[in-house]
Design a protein around this ligand. Structure first.
Ligand SMILES: *[C@@H]1O[C@H](CO)[C@@H](O)[C@H](O)[C@H]1NC(C)=O
Ligand SMILES: *[C@@H]1O[C@H](CO)[C@@H](O)[C@H](O)[C@H]1NC(C)=O
Ligand SMILES: *[C@@H]1O[C@H](CO)[C@@H](O)[C@H](O)[C@H]1NC(C)=O
Ligand SMILES: *[C@@H]1O[C@H](CO)[C@@H](O)[C@H](O)[C@H]1NC(C)=O
Ligand SMILES: *[C@@H]1O[C@H](CO)[C@@H](O)[C@H](O)[C@H]1NC(C)=O
Ligand SMILES: *[C@@H]1O[C@H](CO)[C@@H](O)[C@H](O)[C@H]1NC(C)=O
Ligand SMILES: *[C@@H]1O[C@H](CO)[C@@H](O)[C@H](O)[C@H]1NC(C)=O
Ligand SMILES: *[C@@H]1O[C@H](CO)[C@@H](O)[C@H](O)[C@H]1NC(C)=O
Ligand SMILES: CC(=O)N[C@H]1CO[C@H](CO)[C@@H](O)[C@@H]1O
Length: 708
């Protein structure tokens, strides 16, 4: 049994900015209507040229610069192509280079390096430091440019995750963790999740600096250019909540990752890629896995701190929504995955759905109906069928599933070719049925891995099921062939290619996990099945993902039985009926926060009647906002308007924050501990007649009065 939790001293990290104190910026010069017509015509000319002349071309800067314009090779491409990301105001270097180009044009990256753009699909990059928020780029000719609507159900999302970047994971960046497995970081104190990694980094140096080195080098602008050139049109970017803030008992490096997420927005915009922002870690951990920040118990919607952690998560979701729904960012960050892989078997279906509903209402309250990002919810590992018909009349919720073979038990060492048909017969019908029965449905993660071989795929030191080294598994063979990707023959690669094509065709809208696996200290990739870029370079990932269209019915020979005609209902895409949730469905959720918890009877401390006494936070904290990037127009002192981080001026309620004197237990170790008696539970607060305002507390209205 666990010891009683000790109370925590909640001294806060200095937030970036608080409400009412926006970062200084000078207003953007207003442009005339004629100017925008010229831009539109130039844009049109670019498209025409890109189609007619699939050769080197550039156009000159159109704003205050003085370089040559029109097509040709007259532009002198010196100077950096990027503004500064992330809030540190530095004047952009003098810029005379091209602001746009197609295949064969010279790219100048933010770091000053150059490369030829190798996009064979009619994609057009666009970045003008004088108009840094302009959404003119297009990833491929068949992908709508950023300034045009994504047609959900019709346009296909072909994306990759940028896993391991802003949320480092052992199997994705093994070299980062390998150095912290001995000495003061020998087991059980070794680096195995971000919590222990950060602690180990601090014992050996400065985690802030070491983590930033990783952010700077693991994914760069070159990756975004390569992603568009691979025929992909979206990126899913896992981000941690500590982009916004940490509590004093959390070792995570706060804020720095936000600078890099801003760069991700800049780079995605430049290459015409849309972003699915994936909140991968939630306070207290929503699944207990290494990639949630801390390996261990689930303390999100579960355990003594389950409600407080969920309240804190809502505040972070609010800040992120307020930022990305600003017009400067809405064209790029078009989807928000609010909680990666919550483990519903522990959290409970009713509890998770109640949270999702609350988040939906809060988000749409901010963005207005039909506006702001698509909200993405994970299926909780229940399968999609469970969600059929859930929350009819909501405003743009996408259902996300993460299908993998890799973790099946017993494991299999059958050749990859034997897995090719399974996605078509298993996943395809599930996704299509969900498109009809739920609404927009997609796979936010999948890979070509037929088994769990590979360094640390199950976590640091956990072995694998194939060789029986994973706890509780029985050996079925060895990983010699699976790991030796340098020696795979044509048959083996063809099998993996078959899995890739059948998965793409079956899932329809997808994000491969993941774009890149870093080298281990042995100087090679040791989890090859999981790297899209490695497969592209070595022949087991298709250079053009459109090759997958019709693969199941054709090559794989699996007849399609759940056709989806591409038409979603109006309410499912933010049109007529969106925001009017069916009354009976709303009624079944009653109150927020939850007044019951899953499996409470199994806890040594909690009885069902205890749930209303669990500690909560109070909505009186200072609101945290996120800063935009600073772009200073070359050869002037003008700074582009990056927004103040808060799109909805009417959203003025406080942040969920600890109540003084509550004696909260550690918010990460609060399952099976005693309930504090400090008077901060819901019942006590009601009994005390305390005013409990703030978003979404108490009984829900019977129809959603959302969207101003
Ligand atoms: C969007 O940008 C493209 C350039 O990629 C341009 O041709 C088009 O006219 C723009 N569309 C709108 C609706 O502004
Ligand atoms: C533009 O370039 C021309 C010729 O190179 C030069 O004479 C002129 O002063 C420049 N104008 C500005 C605003 O820099
Ligand atoms: C670009 O401009 C610089 C400075 O004016 C000059 O030295 C260089 O030769 C030019 N490069 C090209 C390719 O024209
Ligand atoms: C670690 O590095 C950061 C950034 O360079 C710096 O602000 C901080 O003071 C350093 N921390 C320590 C303990 O030296
Ligand atoms: C691995 O398994 C293969 C058969 O699948 C066998 O031929 C080989 O000897 C095994 N290698 C080792 C090191 O056990
Ligand atoms: C990984 O190692 C290989 C072989 O040593 C090397 O060619 C490659 O550049 C390395 N990749 C990275 C990202 O360092
Ligand atoms: C899913 O629907 C698409 C059309 O949107 C169709 O091409 C495909 O064959 C369907 N998949 C299955 C498994 O029925
Ligand atoms: C919606 O916003 C209003 C005004 O800011 C607030 O009173 C209400 O609680 C909010 N509702 C939700 C569900 O966030
Ligand atoms: C123990 C644990 O949490 N392992 C997870 C670590 O992350 C990998 C990769 O995402 C997962 O596969 C493991 O289950």
């Amino acid at each position: 049994m666990r010891q009683l939790g000790t109370s925590t001293n909640y001294a806060y990290e200095q937030p970036y900015t608080q409400r009412g104190k926006p970062l200084p910026y000078t207003p953007q010069r207003r442009r005339s209507r004629a100017f925008w017509w010229i831009i539109a015509l130039i844009g049109l000319a670019i498209i025409v040229l890109a189609v007619v002349l699939p050769v080197y071309f550039t156009i000159g800067r159109h704003s205050s610069s003085n370089s040559s314009s029109g097509t040709g090779t007259g532009s002198n491409g010196s100077g950096a192509g990027g503004g500064s990301g992330g809030g540190s105001a530095q004047p952009a270097p003098a810029f005379n280079g091209p602001i746009s180009g197609g295949q064969g044009s010279i790219l100048t990256f933010s770091d000053g390096s150059t490369q030829v753009y190798g996009n064979p699909f009619g994609g057009m990059w666009y970045f003008d430091p004088g108009e840094p928020f302009a959404d003119y780029a297009q990833a491929q000719s068949w992908t709508p440019p950023l300034n045009e609507s994504w047609r959900y159900g019709v346009d296909l999302i072909r994306g990759v995750n940028l896993g391991g970047w802003l949320v480092p994971e052992p199997f994705i960046v093994p070299s980062l963790f390998e150095q912290y497995q001995s000495g003061s970081c020998a087991p059980p104190y070794n680096a195995q999740d971000e919590w222990t990694l950060t602690n180990c980094m601090n014992q050996n140096g400065n985690a802030t600096q070491l983590m930033e080195e990783h952010y700077q080098t693991f994914i760069t602008e070159a990756d975004f250019a390569a992603i568009a050139s691979a025929g992909l049109n979206w990126v899913r970017i896992p981000v941690p909540f500590w982009m916004i803030s940490t509590y004093s008992n959390e070792p995570f490096v706060p804020h720095v990752s936000w600078t890099y997420f801003l760069l991700a927005i800049q780079w995605a915009r430049k290459y015409g890629l849309r972003i699915n922002m994936d909140l991968h870690t939630l306070p207290g951990s929503q699944n207990g896995w290494n990639h949630s920040g801390k390996l261990g118990p689930i303390n999100f919607l579960f355990g003594v701190m389950g409600i407080a952690n969920a309240q804190r998560a809502l505040s972070y979701i609010r800040t992120l929504t307020e930022f990305v729904a600003q017009p400067q960012y809405a064209g790029v960050v078009q989807m928000f995955s609010i909680a990666n892989e919550p483990w519903m078997p522990v959290i409970g279906q009713h509890q998770l759905q109640n949270f999702y509903l609350e988040a939906h209402n809060m988000i749409r309250n901010i963005t207005g109906l039909g506006q702001g990002p698509f909200i993405n919810i994970h299926d909780g590992f229940s399968g999609m069928q469970l969600w059929a018909g859930w929350l009819t009349g909501s405003d743009r919720i996408a259902l996300d599933t993460h299908p993998y073979f890799a973790f099946n038990a017993p494991a299999s060492i059958a050749p990859p070719s034997s897995f090719v048909q399974a996605p078509c017969s298993g996943w395809g019908p599930e996704l299509n049925a969900s498109m009809v029965q739920f609404g927009f449905s997609m796979a936010g993660e999948w890979s070509v891995a037929p088994n769990d071989c590979g360094l640390w795929v199950n976590g640091v030191g956990l072995g694998n099921r194939v060789e029986g080294t994973y706890p509780g598994s029985t050996a079925v063979g060895n990983c010699t062939t699976s790991d030796a990707w340098e020696e795979w023959d044509a048959d083996y690669k063809a099998g993996l290619m078959g899995i890739a094509l059948s998965s793409m065709d079956a899932l329809q809208n997808w994000f491969f996990w993941t774009w890149k696996i870093g080298n281990s200290t042995a100087g090679r990739v040791e989890a090859p099945f999981w790297s899209y870029s490695l497969g592209l370079a070595n022949g087991w990932i298709p250079p053009d993902p459109r090759q997958a269209v019709g693969y199941c019915a054709g090559t794989a020979g699996v007849p399609m039985n759940e056709p989806f005609d591409g038409v979603l209902s109006a309410w499912q895409t933010g049109g007529q009926g969106a925001g009017t949730i069916a009354v009976d469905q709303l009624a079944s959720y009653g109150q927020w926060p939850i007044e019951s918890m899953n499996s409470v009877s199994t806890s040594p401390y909690l009885a069902p009647s205890d749930v209303v006494r669990l500690p909560q936070y109070t909505p009186t904290g200072a609101i945290l906002t996120l800063p935009g990037p600073t772009f200073t127009t070359p050869s002037s002192t003008q700074t582009a308007d990056a927004g103040d981080g808060w799109v909805d001026e009417q959203d003025q309620g406080g942040y969920w924050t600890p109540i003084g004197g509550c004696g909260y237990p550690d918010q990460w170790v609060a399952v099976g501990v005693a309930i504090p008696t400090g008077g901060c539970g819901a019942l006590e607060r009601r009994a005390g007649g305390e005013e409990v305002g703030g978003e979404g507390r108490g009984a829900r209205p019977t129809e959603a009065p959302l969207g101003r």
